[in-house]
Ligand binder design. Sequence first.
Ligand code: ADP
Length: 259
Amino acid sequence: MWPAESSTRHPDAALLTVRGLRKSFASNRVLASVDITVERGKVLALIGPSGSGKTTLLRCLNGLAIADGGTIDVAGELNLDFAAAPSRPQLAALRDRSAMVFQHYNLFPHMTVLQNIIEGPVVVQRRSREEATAEALTLLDRVGLTEKRDSHPFELSGGQQQRVGIVRALALRPQLLLFDEPTSALDPELVGDVLRLIRELADEGWTMVIATHELEFAREVAHEVAFIDGGVILESGSPAQVLRDPQHPRTRQFLQRLL
Ligand code: ADP
């Protein structure tokens, strides 16, 4: 498998820099002002209560939702200023740099596993079907799902579907992997395989933002943990700092409830 993205023309720039990101749905202000920075090869775990804006933030980072204000910079190469309404090519470039793994997998139900994986590379990225298929098969082999290549999603367990979801994201060769509570829809016995795969990707140096309720996993895998509440990052720091010695009362309250 190809390595995670490493060298770029701006080696000093963080892979992702978000400043003052805002997003409302009608009068519901969901992201009030979000600042995050993720260095290359690092993992940011995003924790926070339900409705705090985690999914919306990830969707904004992926260009699936368009922020109302603030900036997103990727690798010092792509700078989007949402106060000035980014152009279509800029949004397309943002979508191309990242790939999302969804809570409910979001595989295309009418397509086989292999078709699900090569759809983006072939249709959106215009890569050759042969090359995309070869890469997809390498990735499927890696996650032990080669024999499922011609199955449809409904024939797979939730854990298998999510591993296909992760392979589908990797097949896009993104600089940034975004995970939206990747294990929260899974039966407990299926969570381990998916977390193990994400941990391997972290070890390989993929840059990732992971919204998760798996605090033990966040503690082990993340380089930084950010606590979001009411659309604002209230606290961020090393896993030990935020999870073991939280400073903000809301972080303490949130963690106590999960214990
Ligand atoms: P979390 O992932 O932390 O649970 P979300 O980002 O899913 O939080 O949701 C935050 C708030 O944004 C919720 O109040 C939700 O109802 C609202 N919201 C999210 N997406 C939409 C949408 N497409 N239209 C209207 N409201 C939305």
